[in-house]
Design a protein around this ligand. Sequence first.
Ligand SMILES: [Zn+2]
Length: 444
Amino acid sequence: MSDRAVALLPDWVVPVCPEGRVLEAHAVVVDRDRIEAVVPADRLEKNFAGIEIQRLRDCVVIPGLINVHPHAAMSLMRGLADDLPLMEWLQRHIWPVEQRWVSPEFVRAGSELAMVEMLAGGTTCFNDLYFFPDVTAATAIRAGMRAVVGLPVINLPTAWAENEDEYFSRGLQVHQELLAEPLVSTAFAPHAPYTVSDPAFERMRELAEEMDVPIHLHLLETRGEIDDSRKQFGKHPLDRLDGLGLLGPRLLAVHMTQLDQGDMDRIARAGVNVAHCPASNLKLASGICPVAELDRRDVNVAIGTDGAASNNTLDMFAEMRLAALLAKGASGDPEAVPAQRALSMATIHAARALGLEEKIGSIEVGKQADLVAVDLSGLETQPVHHVISQLVYACHRGQVSRVWVAGETVFADGRPTRLDPDAISDRVRQWQRRLARTDAEANP
Ligand SMILES: [Zn+2]
């Protein structure tokens, strides 16, 4: 143990593993970047004599929340175009603005905006999918935030790359540059089955195996995607991906709103992970991911917000609550996705989906100290009959009082410790004017 070790002493600790457990009068001992011990408070003196104790009165400490699908930089397009179908929203509003403006500066400004929001809401790690992942990675490192940055692959020319070959070469370079980074790792991020070729998927499958990284893919978001795939490839997207060897535990399939019973059995057998983005699916009227039925089949379902352009927040507390409620309403089963399962989906399930299960996702000895203190003293979360119920059904993100990533405090007293919200706000206002102009020109 180093002399920098501290003992966090909240009223409750929810370690998430085992699911549903609530520890009272326990301390989490953090030594540098890792969790050294979880011990009853009355043993602190004996086992850790002289250790600095940080008393967190009325707080519950939980593992940091993990957003498995935020498109951080798209926060600059929050509210740009709402209440539209997916394809109209993409083709008439999002893509024209992206074509005109996506650049390292755009990604830096959007990612910073997203990171301030995520940290303030108790999110310590996010799994991104966007252009210029090198910039997102650098911004996360600067913010002290953990991230998995997607190496995008799409058969459309963008400011990041001209063609699939170039997407691969640039992506592989980013991967190399990040190999030694403790907080940031990579995943392949093919945009969607309808925008990635068979040879690119095959190459990606081989590389992902070699590099030991996940594959993060939008899949079965809308009914139209299945009809188009039959026309374009003569196959259902799942048949096509299966034939390409993509259906397996490396795959994190985002959305999955169009699943029949046979599809669910198939992805359960294959060990595919699902990123459930309920707010975005509802807002774009894409459909509803059958989470209750996936959960019954032991499919690893994690929660993501999707980008702020289609949510319109990156609020994992809101998303957990919605995931728990929607599963019940959609299945007709009030016991579907209970509060403790929703919390698992935002923590340990997410870590598993990203291949980071040994490192983060729960409060266990040896794991990274990615932690969140949530203050339950407000009357809106009193009385505290059941801590986990409060967290999922009654809490809002404003109750997050302190956030640690790898043992470092990255959010406290209402502010991120490493980012400057005032400067970020100034930059965001400049971007707002530029994007609004482009959007008006594209939609006269
Ligand atoms: Zn998305």
